[in-house]
Structure formats: C-alpha cells, structure tokens
Design a protein around this ligand. Structure first.
Ligand code: AMP
Length: 112
C-alpha cells in the first residue's frame, strides 16, 4: 500500500534496524522500545491487522510465528511476550499487521 509506513519499511524505502528478513516477512527494532528487547515482525504483503487474516493469508501468519520462535531461540529469549494490537482502542497506531516481541523485563498481567 503506497502510503503505509510499514510497507515502506519492509521495502527498504524508510530506514529501520533490521533484525531478520526473508521473502515473506521483515523484523526490525521498535523505534520506541517498551522493553530491553522489543522488535516487530511484519508481513511484506499489506494486511491491515489480525482482523484481515483469512484462509487466503493465514500461511503468512503461521510463517511469522515460526520466525518468531526461531529468532527467540537465536537471541536466547527464554521468556517473552508476543502482542498484536487490533484497532485504536487496543492501542494499534500503525495499520499494517505487526507482532511486537518484548523481552528482558518483568511484565504485568493483565496488561494496562
Ligand atoms: P502499535 O501501536 O501496536 O500499532 O505498534 C506500532 C509500533 O510501531 C509502535 O510500538 C511504534 O513505536 C512503532 N513504530 C512506529 N514507527 C516506527 C518506525 N519508523 N520504526 C520502527 N518502529 C516504529
């Protein structure tokens, strides 16, 4: 999508701190980290949020979770949280599907 920030980041048109990349997804450090480790994993294809996941694109999401597990092992994250906010009330500010991966500090439940 031409005016989507994360489409531009995935395409390399806007700089980011790359963590991982393959043909399906891109992972990069969050610009405003909320934990000592905080990166985002996004599909290269534009999907607005979890609300737009369907039988047609759920393979992308499955792949992203495989990548998250692989990166967590490589980074020695033995405890971490994966979050995806859907809609403004839940805190979504960028309307391109992304999974936050947070680690390295105590976390509360339920979230605020
Ligand atoms: P959310 O609020 O759940 O939609 O998450 C969007 C996340 O994107 C926030 O944690 C922001 O800090 C992060 N973010 C926004 N712009 C950038 C950017 N240019 N590079 C890296 N992270 C960003």
């Amino acid at each position: 999508m031409s005016d989507c920030l994360f489409c531009k980041i995935a395409a390399g048109e806007i700089p980011s701190g790359k963590v991982y990349e393959d043909e399906v997804c891109y992972a990069f450090h969050d610009i405003a980290p909320q934990a000592p480790t905080h990166f985002l994993v996004i599909p290269k294809a534009h999907i607005g949020s979890v609300s737009e996941v369907s039988a047609d694109n759920s393979g992308i999401v499955a792949h992203i979770f495989e990548v998250i597990a692989k990166l967590a092992k490589e980074l020695n994250l033995d405890s971490y949280r994966v979050v995806s906010n859907i809609g403004e009330q839940a805190g979504q500010s960028v309307f391109h599907l992304h999974f936050h991966v947070l680690s390295g500090r105590d976390m509360t439940w339920p979230p605020g």
